[in-house]
Ligand binder design. Structure first.
Ligand code: ZN
Length: 198
């Protein structure tokens, strides 16, 4: 159905491909964009293009950043000897929001899932092991409590244990299968403080 002509339809279609945007929201956004001043749309479009071009993985922890080394890794006040392992940059952001973790992170970009054919080689695990050659006292595994997250936690713990580095797992209390991103700060903090050694 071509109510508005090709360009509006194209815009709606592109927007509806974004995560969480259904066709109704896409339509609403499209009309919003058409209704605001042109320079605002230009600024939005340019911001998207620049971010896409310049944002890459931190060379140390693999979170997203537009610097070689992200602000957390390059902060001299952070304890580089405590590494919290998370699945995604969004999980990192959730823990950062608690404001109580003073170590550094390692972002795996996924979790091991035999069912989906995602093996240890498909996530940033080699990169984590490489980091352990430095002065590391503790690795806190904060992967999700989903099956994949637990599988990954077990795998990492088995891999690291022989090195003698302390390995701990955030406490349960984080809802099973729950995305860390959607859990409130108090729950995250409790999970972090009640972590158990593996
Ligand atoms: Zn970093």
């Amino acid at each position: 159905m071509n109510l508005y002509g090709g360009q509006i339809n194209k815009l709606i279609e592109e927007l509806s491909q974004l995560p969480g945007i259904g066709s109704k929201s896409a339509q609403r956004l499209a009309f919003h964009l058409i209704g605001i001043p042109e320079e605002k749309v230009e600024r939005l479009a340019n911001t998207m293009i620049e971010a896409r071009k310049n944002v890459k993985y931190c060379k140390c922890c693999y979170t997203l950043t537009d610097k070689e080394i992200c602000p957390i890794c390059s902060n001299p006040n952070r304890d580089q000897s405590v590494i919290m392992v998370v699945e995604t940059p969004r999980d990192l952001a959730a823990y950062e929001k608690t404001g109580r973790f003073n170590g550094v992170y390692h972002v795996l970009h996924g979790a091991i899932s035999p069912m989906l054919g995602i093996g240890p080689g498909d996530i940033k695990l080699k990169e984590l092991i490489k980091r352990l050659e430095g002065d590391v006292k503790e690795v806190i595994i904060a992967t999700n409590s989903s099956l994949e997250g637990e599988t990954t936690a077990m795998y990492i713990s088995k891999l690291i244990k022989p090195s003698g580095i302390k390995v701990s797992r955030i406490a349960s209390g984080v809802p099973v299968g729950g995305d860390l991103e959607y859990i409130d700060e108090v729950t995250l903090l409790r999970a972090l403080e009640g972590r158990v050694e593996l």
